[in-house]
Write a protein that binds this ligand. Structure first.
Ligand SMILES: Nc1ncnc2c1ncn2[C@@H]1O[C@H](COP(=O)(O)OP(=O)(O)OP(=O)(O)O)[C@@H](O)[C@H]1O
Ligand SMILES: C[C@@](O)(CCOP(=O)(O)O)CC(=O)O
Length: 445
């Protein structure tokens, strides 16, 4: 019996929201320590005309989806009890069409999914653990449990693709760039099909490659695929995944030493699709002024990215001065004497100001006044370099880049201004998809 396990990280898009939808702009995505996990096993084949792929998510009121696979490409995938999980279903469909297994030679497959605590609000969940890992068990089905916005669907798709691919391609090695690209391409296709739209794909790219500077692929690559029930689909999919250069950028990045990311869950929830639609309508209506505004945002994004790069070089070139700078930040002293800090803060100010303008004009709450207040107050805390609303913004969350030694929760504990914020216990993580040890997922009590 084959038995393998994989995990992939959640993400925070620090700069590049909205602009990342356009291939000309660069964005900065940090992968987070909250990870999605999948453990896969396969029974021996029993010479039937069909086989079953079961996906179990026991943390969510024992959710389970059973897909029956029969016939040949184009494989149609059917859930036996009509239960819906578009992300799981599209992964199964994409993998079957890409790998084209022979049903009579394939045994039933079981994938058990686990997600780290950061992805969902704690609510009334129960923490269960074994000696290696701990997960929260909720008494509601997956769609009823509020999300924190770390990209659970991208993580899910990425680990399911890795797990299922490893069954049909036993040589799969997630340390090899070539295999990562295969996982990436398959995951982007499945994720877009499940969402019913081609987004920027930064969340899937971060789940696969870890913390990255990202520039998107051409959406036509996926839009041009034939329908999944077409006789041309499986072949076109293989060509797209294996033989096409997607020309997207995913340069690995890391926060400078002495800094980490802290996310505050504001627990309100915004619908990204509605925000994106409003911003797009605003952009088209206000063109070419909107282009100027995007270019100003991009200037800020690029200056932020450069500033972060300069901090990394500073830490190498003058370690003791760099430590003094970290200490000034920690003590709340006049750290703005450091030009790099000034550059980063100004860059983020420029981006935030333009997003506030778009918020006013478009009606899309990218940085609504409550978030502005929260961020401005956060900038006065000891150890905070800068802060922003991540991704599409809205009421979901704030992200702060802070020094390693700062203690944000204790500075805000009894402060009414932060009463709406739950600080998530997360760290930046450079690694994308990782192979795990299947036995580490045995019996959670
Ligand atoms: N642990 C899980 N087990 C099974 N399905 C999951 C799991 N986590 C996520 N999903 C699937 O992903 C869906 C949520 O995806 P959605 O894109 O709405 O949120 P997200 O990716 O967490 O959020 P965001 O894109 O705002 O970061 C769920 O409804 C379910 O179909
Ligand atoms: C607005 C957008 O640029 C960011 C969405 O980010 P998030 O899903 O809120 O993390 C859309 C996208 O990139 O798909």
């Amino acid at each position: 019996m084959v038995n393998r396990a994989f995990s992939a990280p959640g993400k925070a898009l620090l700069v590049g929201g909205y602009l990342v939808l356009d291939p000309q702009y660069r964005s900065y995505v940090v992968a987070l320590s909250s990870r999605m996990h999948a453990v896969v096993s396969q029974a021996a084949p029993c010479d039937e005309k069909s086989f079953k792929v079961t996906i179990k998510s026991s943390q969510f009121n024992s959710d389970e989806w059973n897909y029956m696979i029969a016939g040949e490409a184009p494989f149609e995938v059917r859930e036996l009890d009509g239960r819906k999980n578009p992300f799981a279903e599209k992964v199964v469909e994409v993998i079957m069409n890409y790998c084209q297994p022979s049903p009579t030679e394939t045994g039933d497959i079981l994938v058990e999914v686990y997600s780290d605590p950061g992805y969902h609000s704690v609510g009334t969940s129960m923490l269960k653990r074994n000696s290696y890992k701990e997960f929260r068990f909720h008494d509601e089905t997956i769609t009823k449990v509020p999300k924190t916005g770390l990209g659970s669907s991208a993580g899910l798709v990425t680990v399911l693709v890795s797990a299922l691919l490893s069954i049909f391609k036993p040589s799969l090695n997630v340390r090899a760039e070539k295999d990562l690209v295969t996982i990436h391409n398959l995951s982007q296709v499945a994720h877009c099909q499940a969402q019913g739209k081609v987004g920027s794909g930064f969340d899937v790219a971060a789940a696969v490659f870890g913390s990255i500077m990202y520039q998107r692929f051409d959406p036509e690559l996926i839009n041009n695929l034939p329908a999944a029930n077409s006789i041309h689909y499986a072949q076109a999919l293989r060509k797209l995944v294996d033989e096409t250069d997607w020309k997207f950028e995913h340069e690995n990045i890391t926060l400078p030493p002495g800094f980490r990311l802290i996310m505050g869950d504001v627990n309100n929830g915004s619908e990204t699709t509605k925000l994106v639609a409003k911003v797009k309508a605003w952009y088209d209506l206000n063109y070419p002024r909107s282009l100027d505004i995007y270019q100003k945002i991009n200037e800020g994004n690029v200056s932020f990215i450069e500033g972060i790069g300069k901090l990394a070089s500073f830490s190498k070139e003058s370690p003791s001065e760099y430590n003094c700078m970290l200490q000034s930040l920690n003590s709340g002293a006049d750290f703005e004497t450091y030009d790099i800090i000034k550059q980063i803060r100004q860059a983020v100010d420029q981006v935030r100001a333009k997003f506030r303008l778009i918020t006013d004009e478009s009606g899309a709450d990218i940085e609504p006044p409550v978030q502005t207040q929260l961020l401005d107050q956060s900038l006065n805390l000891k150890g905070v370099l800068t802060g922003m609303v991540p991704g599409a913004g809205g009421f979901d969350a704030i992200s702060l880049i802070v020094t390693d030694n700062s203690d944000i929760p204790s500075q805000t504990r009894n402060d009414g201004k932060f009463s709406s914020v739950t600080w998530l216990n997360l760290r930046q993580q450079n690694t994308g998809v990782k192979e795990e040890i299947p036995e580490h997922y045995d019996k959670f009590t």
